[in-house]
Write a protein that binds this ligand. Structure first.
Ligand code: HEC
Ligand code: HEC
Ligand code: HEC
Ligand code: HEC
Length: 119
């Protein structure tokens, strides 16, 4: 009886462990150097984790993510799919527009070209 119970508990633990692996969402890199286009301006160093902590909802940026789904790189569509705005436009609309709004609200995110496009 004890053995059977132990086996059952082991099975339950195994199932929980496997489903955690299957359903865990990949958080992506802590910091991302964005250099998809790179024609005129230096790359942009993006503190991804810091933004994840500020905005718990991944869809703040990863707008095409299904409920509870895995967020994908913007570059999977922007710059590739005709219906999606070009990569640079998607970035400026996402990053710069929010920063301008947050600045007006009293925070201090980078809004000038050189503050994002650093060398
Ligand atoms: C809040 C951050 C931010 C600010 C402010 C910003 N950009 Fe960008 N910009 C980006 C990001 C991110 C990309 C994508 C970079 C890449 O993929 O190479 C980008 C891409 C670009 C690109 C295309 C990449 C290339 O090398 O040709 C140009 C040009 C550009 N920005 C110019 C500007 C100018 C000019 C300003 C100021 C008027 C500015 N940006 C302000 C974040 C910013
Ligand atoms: C403030 C905007 C923003 C927020 C919020 C955000 N991300 Fe991201 N994430 C990005 C950008 C920008 C990239 C780089 C995309 C690219 O290079 O095309 C990225 C990349 C990623 C990648 C790597 C994709 C790949 O294939 O390279 C993963 C995974 C990811 N994010 C997961 C998440 C998760 C999970 C959350 C929520 C907990 C989240 N992100 C919140 C902007 C954001
Ligand atoms: C699966 C494809 C796909 C992915 C991944 C994706 N986008 Fe988009 N995005 C689109 C399409 C298509 C549009 C055109 C409008 C629409 O269908 O919503 C768009 C529109 C936009 C717009 C313009 C919205 C407006 O109001 O004009 C922004 C900004 C944007 N995306 C940013 C991002 C960022 C930032 C990421 C990554 C964090 C990202 N997108 C990932 C497909 C995608
Ligand atoms: C929804 C709003 C929002 C979006 C979208 C967003 N940011 Fe930010 N960002 C912020 C806020 C708020 C801060 C913090 C300002 C502060 O600390 O006072 C910040 C800070 C930063 C900083 C400075 C970090 C530091 O430690 O000093 C960088 C660099 C930055 N963002 C880059 C980006 C880039 C690149 C993108 C687009 C891929 C982006 N952000 C998208 C709101 C946003």
């Amino acid at each position: 009886m004890k053995k059977k119970l132990a086996a059952l508990v082991a099975v339950i633990f195994a199932v929980v462990a496997v489903s955690t692996v299957v359903f865990a969402v990949d958080q992506g890199p802590e910091t991302i150097v964005i250099k998809e286009v790179q024609k005129k301006k230096p790359p942009v160093t993006f503190p991804h984790r810091k933004h994840q902590e500020m905005f718990k909802d991944c869809k703040t940026c990863h707008h095409k993510t299904e409920e509870g789904g895995q967020p994908k790189a913007c570059s999977e569509c922007h710059g590739k799919v005709k219906e999606a705005p070009k990569f640079k436009k998607a970035m400026h609309k996402t990053c710069r527009d929010c920063h301008k709004k947050e600045k007006a609200a009293g925070k201090n995110p980078p809004t000038k070209c050189k503050e994002c496009h650093k060398k």
